[in-house]
Design a protein around this ligand. Sequence first.
Ligand SMILES: NC(=O)C1=CN([C@@H]2O[C@H](COP(=O)(O)OP(=O)(O)OC[C@H]3O[C@@H](n4cnc5c(N)ncnc54)[C@H](OP(=O)(O)O)[C@@H]3O)[C@@H](O)[C@H]2O)C=CC1
Ligand SMILES: O=C1O[C@H](COP(=O)(O)O)[C@@H](O)[C@H](O)[C@H]1O
Length: 577
Amino acid sequence: MAGTGLRFRQGAIFFSGAHAAAHPRTRTPHHHCSPQRTHDARGRCRLTAKSANGRPQISASFRDVAIDGAQSEDGAPEQGGSTVSITVVGASGDLAKKKIFPALFALYYEDCLPEHFTVFGYARSKMSDEELRNMISLTLTCRIDQRENCSDKMEQFLKRCFYQSGQYNSEEGFSELDRKLKEKEAGKVPNRLFYLSIPPNIFVDVVRSASRTASSQDGWTRFIVEKPFGRDSESSGELTRNLKKYLAEEQIFRIDHYLGKELVENLSVLRFSNLVFEPLWSRNYIRNVQLIFSEDFGTEGRGGYFDNYGIIRDIMQNHLLQILALFAMETPVSLDAEDIRNEKVKVLRSMRQLRLEDVVVGQYKGHSKGGKTYPAYVDDPTVPSGSITPTFAAAALFIDNARWDGVPFLMKAGKALHTRRAEIRVQFRRVPGNLYGRRSRSVGGGGTTATRELEKATNELVLRVQPDEAIYLKINSKVPGLGMRLDSSDLNLLYSERYPAEIPDAYERLLLDAIEGERRLFIRSDELDAAWAIFTPVLADLEANKVAPELYPYGSRGPVGAHYLAANHNVRWGDIS
Ligand SMILES: NC(=O)C1=CN([C@@H]2O[C@H](COP(=O)(O)OP(=O)(O)OC[C@H]3O[C@@H](n4cnc5c(N)ncnc54)[C@H](OP(=O)(O)O)[C@@H]3O)[C@@H](O)[C@H]2O)C=CC1
Ligand SMILES: O=C1O[C@H](COP(=O)(O)O)[C@@H](O)[C@H](O)[C@H]1O
């Protein structure tokens, strides 16, 4: 089943009622947007459809495509139409509490969920519906730009939340869930979404039991699968094969929440809808690309999980590589999920396998500063003593195709660093024969001289994914005055100034996409294979050679080895120069 179109949330391009009626999207969830709301301007809660040539068609809101129907306050539907049941498996866990329930509430608060929906939590912990509601109510928040009584909305949302306790490999547990779901769904076409917010070793157990006993009979059944998708090519292949014993690929939504981040979504818009960037987007003008992730906290509380994976698997092989693929892919045939994912696979398959000499690994050590003591990674009681799992890595990757031949794509990811940041930096080549870069020559009537420093200040495009989302371009420009003094300054699109509304969390976008059957931002199995093929050999070498990580103090800028790695490729990290 191919993706059925896309929303232009920001641009608010919508499809017509006539098309809505004909479009396959109308078979799935039936959305309701309050007509009083100003969602158009915010670009939220709208469906778009595309014509055969992939262009968006004109406007109709979810309301236009909804099959009208009523639902009682506790989520029990009245006759007719369809309903969506969202089951969060692992409901008692960290991710569910921190991200999934809050994202579902935010969607509800924004009137973005289908009119008829129910949320179930499933886990082994014993809990009543009321206890689940109390638990999740602690992490629900309202938008800063509140438009209506938040506590009423929370109460209404919580009334639609229920809990079922059961084992993850238990068909009885999921049969009981199925029975309760049916009660809520009665009379409507049931669509079911399972979110696997559980450790990866039980993904297959859950999929086996839930698909056999709690699949929808008449509607769709989809599973969102959290990372990690294996530890290497082999384990990932095995996971995929096992999942596919019970599910079709179209039912599997492998989530990478970085694809749901606003700036990452904007990357393709920036490239493909501005004439000024795409012609420069190649080895002819780009010197290097840097993908940087840093966190100013350690693995606190997640050391048990992390030690089995390390930073390369936790961040690079998925989040940073996905960004790289979107950055470097060729223009897709259309904005359909399959066309985009085809291009991502192509570019990933053109990448060279990473070699040990192109990687630097580090691990944070304890540090005292300002009377405060910060722990070492190995101080975490869930981390085995003497662990050499990297909490920092830098790597130089290459794409062996005509567009990117010879351009280093440098990645850097680390925990317990001096700042929290995720960004993409594009460093352009020097201006050939730069008139203003000639050292000894006077370049203006004012008598000032341009220096070599300025020649070094080449253009740099920065997409700051977080925090303080921004896109800025470093340019050389003349300092106002009678002389000819040049300066490097920024053309800056700071989101908080240009778009004052709060930016939705990545999980909101991705949950909504999964409900709508939009696969563009989820990882296809061949993408995953291509991603693991790049990293598996070096991961095996690191482990086989027991490569000791370079220690860096908690709160520092990371190991100096990262600078040498960059220098080997004639690069200076943009975040520290
Ligand atoms: N937390 C985060 O920030 C992120 C998490 N993820 C991924 O999301 C998934 C869930 O993460 P998170 O919520 O942190 O996980 P948790 O460790 O909190 O586990 C979720 C739930 O699964 C059950 N569980 C935990 N360990 C086991 C076990 N060994 N065997 C059976 N059941 C177990 C527990 O529920 P009960 O005992 O009630 O059954 C627990 O509440 C994981 O795949 C993780 O890698 C991805 C990105 C970020
Ligand atoms: O997937 C993961 O992402 C988080 C960082 O996500 P962010 O949205 O807060 O930037 C990271 O902390 C975690 O280790 C990793 O598993």
